[in-house]
Write a protein that binds this ligand. Sequence first.
Ligand SMILES: CC(C)(COP(=O)(O)OP(=O)(O)OC[C@H]1O[C@@H](n2cnc3c(N)ncnc32)[C@H](O)[C@@H]1OP(=O)(O)O)[C@@H](O)C(=O)NCCC(=O)NCCS
Length: 269
Amino acid sequence: MAPTEVPQRIELTPANIPDAEKLSIEAGWNQTAADWAVFIKYGKVFGLLTQDRLVATAAVLPYGEEFGWISMVIVTAAWRLRGLARRLTGDCIENLRSAGRAALLDATQDGAAVYAALGFAPLCTMQRWTGTGRGNAPVPRHDEPARLDAEAFGADRGFLLGNFLSRPGAAAVTRPGGFALLRPGRLATQIGPIVAPDADRARDLLDAAIDAASGPVIVDILQQGATLAPRLEAAGFAHRRSFLRMALGRDRLPGVPARLLAAAGPEFG
Ligand SMILES: CC(C)(COP(=O)(O)OP(=O)(O)OC[C@H]1O[C@@H](n2cnc3c(N)ncnc32)[C@H](O)[C@@H]1OP(=O)(O)O)[C@@H](O)C(=O)NCCC(=O)NCCS
């Protein structure tokens, strides 16, 4: 039977994280409680709550003055196709727009329909590859390469990279002019962002990151990182799914896209 209750709109606090995790687990996603905590601490998470449970979420994370990232748009199966995602994404857009920021996001196939109807336009594609780390190179921890990331991504995400690197099992591999980050997720280690000055350095960083990772690995390769595909295949990785990087309020990617080969993940850009 279709639900009839009108859910209450809330802004999530750390106390809601266990319920939010139930939604990201239902969606089969890789985020952890630490990821939800980032959105709550540095941005906002809007939610819709029934008497029983949290049924929908959407998160917004400002990156500098020009734009912000929308993610974690999840509606539990029984509540889909009732306008909940459109409503919460609209709240995120308004949050950014009121501060003069454009909105960017990485859409799943299902999400792209919701965002296109709200006026988002595609900027580039992103391909998710999965495989297994070689687990044979213990990695020293470095200071997070926030400056290189800011140039490539187009906004200072130092707070985010610092947060990643403070987590148990996280690491960075660095080369002149580039770096790759690794952080454990719920299901797999995410390699990304990968920032590199050229294709050779990017392949080298990818190899070093796969060496350093153990167990299941995810890497989200942006369109401009397509030269990494043969290296991923050679390492036994397979292409699993595609995302669409979309924007509302700007018509091009920020930063220096040629240097950002892999994303931090669809939830962080
Ligand atoms: C994608 C998702 C968030 C949509 O939530 P929802 O509450 O059902 O979406 P809405 O009811 O607000 O739909 C808004 C519009 O998108 C359309 N839409 C929603 N889901 C769709 C789908 N799977 N395929 C095609 N169109 C879809 C709706 O028909 C509606 O169009 P309309 O304005 O013409 O009526 C939900 O299916 C979900 O949680 N999926 C799993 C997680 C996910 O992929 N999230 C997106 C991350 S980018």
